[in-house]
Each structure stands twice: as structure tokens, then as C-alpha cells.
Design a protein around this ligand. Structure first.
Ligand code: BEZ
Length: 208
């Protein structure tokens, strides 16, 4: 069964490139960016792994731990990481789950049989400290993910949690946010003493 936003991320035990983990314990009080890729030693995956490593400080500043997965072994992952570091000019430090028996890929519905019976598609699960799935994305094997968007949506989720707001199309941090229709004007005036704009009764924006 596919996993949905708001579901608890299934817990699992796994071997990874940084040692064995129990997933929920590994997440701890942080967020997780759990992402699958089809295979080690493949070009698109190499650029994605490199990009994630290059963005280590960006993930850390948001309290987010990246963790990759493919249906290869730890030994294969470790050899490939050397290539990623060499070709992408980075140092990859986050764990990559070894899932040669597809146990975790199947648990997270990362195997899409019309694409491949044995390799995972490019799935993303953004998981919060309560272990709830807050975002899912699925990309085909031949399209690399946009890491600006991955960081942007983490910013949107965390800003939404902090201020109880929503974010408009193409929002980036610093831009006006949306006061949800469930908040009355009276409550909005208290929550946002800096004032807000009413474009329609259902469309109110505020600068945080
Ligand atoms: C790649 O990473 O380049 C790739 C992997 C599997 C299928 C297609 C592309």
C-alpha cells in the first residue's frame, strides 16, 4: 500500500554505509530527507548524491538529516561513494541504506514495476521529528531531482509549523505568506500585529 502525507513513516532496521540503524532512532528529534535512487554507479544518481553531499550545511541548518537508499550492498555503496566524491568534488558523509533484498524499497513503495522490478524509482519522503510523512515526491529514473525545491519545501513546511500559515505558489523564504481561511480576522489581528493584507476574504497575506 502506498504511503501518504500524515502517515507514520514505517520503521525499519538496515545496514548503511555508516553502520546499522533503526530508522526512527536514527531520525531522533530531527527531520529526515529519505530518498531512493535506482542504482550505484549510474550518472543521474551520482549527481544527486553529490548535490546532497554539497548541501550538507543547508540540510543541517534546517535540522534535516539526509539518508539515501538503493537496492545495492554496503560494499557497492562504499566503492561508489569514492566515485561520487571524486567526480562531484565533495565529501559524502550521510548514510546510504543497503537494500539488496528490496525489503525497505517495497515497504516504502519505491519499486514501480512498470519501470523496474528490482530498482527503486526516485522517491522522496520528508519526515518530521514525530516520524510523520510530511511530503512525498516521485521522479522517474531518468530525471534528477531539483534540490532547490527540496530545500524550499522544507522551509515552507517548517515555516508553516512555526507560524501556522500556508505558503503561496513559488514562495521562497522572505516573501509574504498566506493566513489560512480557518483563522478568523479577529485571531489574525492578534497573531499578526504587524498587519496583513486582505485581497479577498479567503486570501489574506502577511509578511512575517
Ligand atoms: C541514472 O542514474 O543515470 C539512471 C539510473 C537508472 C536508470 C536510468 C538512469
Amino acid at each position: 500500500m502506498s504511503l501518504r502525507i500524515g502517515d507514520t513513516a514505517p520503521d525499519f532496521s538496515a545496514e548503511t554505509t555508516t553502520g546499522p540503524i533503526r530508522f526512527h532512532d536514527w531520525i531522533g528529534n530531527d527531520w529526515a530527507f529519505f530518498f531512493s535512487h535506482p542504482a550505484d554507479f549510474t550518472p543521474v544518481c551520482t549527481t544527486e548524491m553529490g548535490r546532497t553531499a554539497q548541501l550538507a550545511a543547508q540540510f543541517a541548518s534546517r535540522g534535516v538529516k539526509p539518508i539515501g537508499l538503493s537496492t545495492d550492498t554496503v560494499a557497492e555503496h562504499l566503492k561508489w561513494i569514492d566515485d561520487v566524491n571524486d567526480t562531484q568534488k565533495t565529501t559524502l558523509r550521510f548514510p546510504i541504506v543497503a537494500d539488496a533484498d528490496l525489503k525497505i524499497a517495497k515497504l516504502y513503495d519505491m519499486i514501480h514495476p512498470s519501470e523496474s522490478e528490482t530498482a527503486a524509482v526516485r522517491s522522496v519522503f520528508t519526515i518530521d521529528p514525530d516520524k510523520k510523512i510530511r511530503l512525498t515526491m516521485t521522479y522517474p529514473m531518468n530525471v534528477g531531482r531539483n534540490f532547490d525545491e527540496i530545500l524550499r519545501v522544507i522551509d515552507a513546511l517548517q515555516t508553516g509549523d512555526k507560524y501556522k500559515i500556508a505558503t503561496p505558489a513559488d514562495w521562497i523564504p522572505g516573501q509574504k505568506v498566506i493566513i489560512p481561511p480557518s483563522v478568523t480576522d479577529a485571531d489574525a489581528t492578534i497573531a499578526f500585529p504587524q498587519g496583513y493584507d486582505t485581497i479577498r476574504s479567503y486570501l489574506r497575506t502577511v509578511k512575517l
